[in-house]
Design a protein around this ligand. Structure first.
Ligand code: AMP
Length: 209
């Protein structure tokens, strides 16, 4: 299955993708995670990504697509993937369709997670991740075990100022992607507010799994 988890920053795409990996037996492909890894490596490409990410701007399509294609061609994604944070522009959606068509595949479903701006800001500004496992926590909604709290880190772009910019980018460039897939009858909308298990349940229902 090729599944897109769609929604604004902080909607819970990454968290829910993690929960679907074992269930669907396909990997999560997060372009944001890949870019953060590249940035951490200190490469020239990573620095280029950072110049956009730190300002809450979208990274240009050609850079994203190059990175994405390489990841999709890896063996673990040969029978499908969960796309998290990709596609973020209509041009990326068109490119994804054509890449998948070349592999005799197509986007099977787009699950759109709906969450309002106030909730997004509250979630994003309180989230921390464990650099050792990649697990994401929230200081109030999903607190990390006491013994690992000292090593948690916060994303550089998880400040209210940058979140507002990311949200604006979402509204302008990314939301139209939903229309692109809605025209093809692929979109299922789920309420992204609630307990983690509850939201996973809604997604499973939308996917019939
Ligand atoms: P995320 O981890 O999905 O919230 O992405 C963090 C940041 O990485 C975004 O604010 C963008 O700067 C960049 N980014 C991630 N995925 C994409 C994408 N598909 N297209 C453009 N920029 C992206």
């Amino acid at each position: 299955m090729d599944l897109i988890l769609f929604g604004p920053p902080g909607a819970g795409k990454g968290t829910q993708a993690q929960r679907l990996i074992d269930l669907l037996n396909i990997p999560q492909i997060s372009t944001g995670d890949m870019m953060r890894a590249e940035r951490k490596s200190g490469s020239e490409l990573g620095q280029k990504f950072d110049s956009f990410m730190s300002q809450g701007k979208l990274v240009p399509d050609e850079l994203v697509l190059e990175l994405f294609k390489q990841r999709l061609m890896q063996d673990d994604a040969k029978s499908g993937a969960i796309f998290d944070g990709f596609p973020r522009t209509v041009a990326q959606a068109e490119a994804l369709d054509s890449i998948l068509a070349g592999l005799n595949r197509k986007v099977d479903k787009v699950v759109s997670m709906e969450v309002g701006l106030d909730v997004l800001i509250d979630r994003i500004c309180g989230r921390f991740s464990d650099p050792e496992t990649g697990q994401v926590y929230h200081e109030r909604y999903n607190p990390a075990p006491q013994e690992i709290r000292g090593r948690l880190t916060q994303r550089k772009d998880d400040t209210e100022e940058v979140v507002r910019k990311r949200y604006q980018e979402y509204k302008t460039n990314t939301e139209p992607v939903l229309g692109y897939y809605a025209e093809r009858g692929l979109v299922a909308t789920v309420d992204g507010v609630g307990e983690l298990d509850e939201i996973t349940g809604r997604i499973r229902k939308a996917l019939n799994v």
